[in-house]
Design a binder for this molecule. Structure first.
Ligand code: AMP
Ligand code: MG
Length: 419
């Protein structure tokens, strides 16, 4: 990696509002606080929501000592130090149908996986390690006391905190809640996000394109990213580049939502109505972020709502959403502020770059004999949405880095980890 020292002025016109990616994260972490509403929902409905209470175990899990194997339960005092011993089989214990009697020295019971350990036993021998004739078993030496027994509370002890407030509830968590016997749980209320596109060139799908028009695709990628995030979605359509329409749209969006997301109309020069309106009714900063794609970005508040003014170009929309809007929305939802996770990969070919901005190039990462390799997903311009579809990761190249040679190590953000 070639690192060339440059000042901000070398890569962009001197501008006090040129921010690094790191500075945007700092701003967002400060601007965002979780919504306060809480609701109680059935545990299946809690999937994808944020836990709003600590979950304390009311029971031991497992609730009783049980066998980890199909085999024979006995008392460790009967285990031979050398040679062999024969024990009489006096009964059977099944999962859900335990052996109710007491086992004494010289005896054992047949036991199945998950079945309760009988009184007088503390050790299970795997069935493959015994000679059994249906009435008695013979075992050799080399076994240890307590083996193959799952102890009560081993997974979760009664009274312990099993899941802490603020945790994103996934399949493991709803399973844990079920294993504790909870039918319902308290979660944060859903965050409401209103979004719209701006631009006179935009046409809705299903309509015929006229000269100089394009289809509005951003409202679909934003819909997809918000839907996967699990927020309540309010689609406000396309707003024309008209002063009154824009002011009404922003006011309405801020009244009904916790966060407002727009795309387009934030680049300098072009942003007149959007900028004027936001200056009038909100507290919004217009930044140039030292990143590629996605340089223009507006962040702040309109009334009580968070505002994200994303760039217009489709790839910039996705990159800035995943990098900035998503961690901020997750924070509003009740999670801690977390930047996207990066992993290391080795480049398969030269990746071209000029120092000055942090690059989020579209890449294809593959596992090659246990080593994560990454290659470019083709054309990198910020309007090439097909590149996002061909790619499975962002290749992150630091701000001051130049081109990366084949065989060098880079950070990648896997798309799978973002959704
Ligand atoms: P802007 O920031 O409004 O100047 O937009 C930058 C580029 O993104 C222009 O080429 C726009 O046509 C394009 N663009 C803006 N909004 C959308 C949208 N909703 N869907 C697709 N492309 C868009
Ligand atoms: Mg525009």
């Amino acid at each position: 990696m070639k690192t060339i020292p440059v000042s901000a002025g070398d890569c962009d016109s001197p501008d006090p509002k040129l921010l690094t990616v790191e500075q945007v994260h700092e701003q967002l972490a400060q601007l965002t606080t979780p919504v306060t509403g809480i609701e109680r929902v059935a545990i299946r409905e809690a999937l994808g929501r944020i836990l709003a209470e600590d979950v304390i175990s009311p029971i031991n899990v497992p609730p009783y000592a049980n066998s980890a194997m199909d085999g024979y339960a006995l008392n460790a005092a009967d285990l031979p130090a050398s040679g062999k011993i024969t024990l009489t089989m006096i009964g059977k214990s099944f999962a859900g149908d335990p052996y109710k009697g007491k086992v004494t020295s010289g005896q054992c019971i047949r036991i199945m996986t998950g079945a309760q350990i009988a009184e007088g036993t503390d050790t299970v021998i795997m069935q493959e390690q015994v000679n059994a004739d249906g009435h008695a078993i013979t075992i050799g030496s080399g076994h240890s006391a307590g083996q193959n027994v799952r102890l009560p509370g081993e997974d979760m002890a009664k009274g312990s905190t099993v899941i802490t407030s603020g945790k994103l509830i996934g399949p493991a968590e709803i399973g844990l809640l079920a294993s504790l016997g909870y039918p319902e749980v308290k979660v944060k209320r859903k965050v409401r996000v209103a979004f719209f596109s701006t631009g006179d060139e935009l046409v809705a799908v299903g309509e015929k394109l006229q000269e100089g028009q394009i289809y509005d695709s951003n409202r679909y990628t934003i819909y997809g990213m918000l839907e996967k995030l699990g927020v309540e979605i309010i689609d406000l359509g396309v707003i024309r580049d008209d002063r009154q329409a824009i002011e009404e749209a922003f006011n309405h969006a801020a009244d009904i939502a916790d966060a407002v997301i727009t795309s387009g109309g934030v680049s300098v020069g072009e942003a007149d109505f959007v900028k004027l309106t936001l200056e009038k009714i909100g507290k919004v900063d217009f930044w140039k972020v030292a990143m590629k794609p996605g340089k223009p970005l507006a962040l702040g508040k309109i009334k009580n709502a968070m505002f994200f003014g994303l760039p217009g170009n489709p790839v910039s929309v996705m990159a800035t959403f995943y990098l900035f809007a998503q961690p901020a929305l997750r924070r509003l939802m009740g999670e801690d502020y977390q930047q996207p996770l990066t992993v290391k990969a080795t480049t398969k070919s030269l990746i071209k770059k000029h120092p000055g901005r942090t690059d989020y190039q579209r890449g294809i990462a593959t596992d090659e004999n246990g080593k994560l390799m990454v290659d470019s997903a083709g054309m990198q311009a910020s309007h090439i949405l097909s590149g996002m579809s061909n790619a499975n990761c962002f290749v992150v190249i630091p701000q001051m880095s130049g081109s990366i040679e084949a065989g060098e190590e880079v950070d990648v953000i896997m798309f799978d980890g973002l959704t």
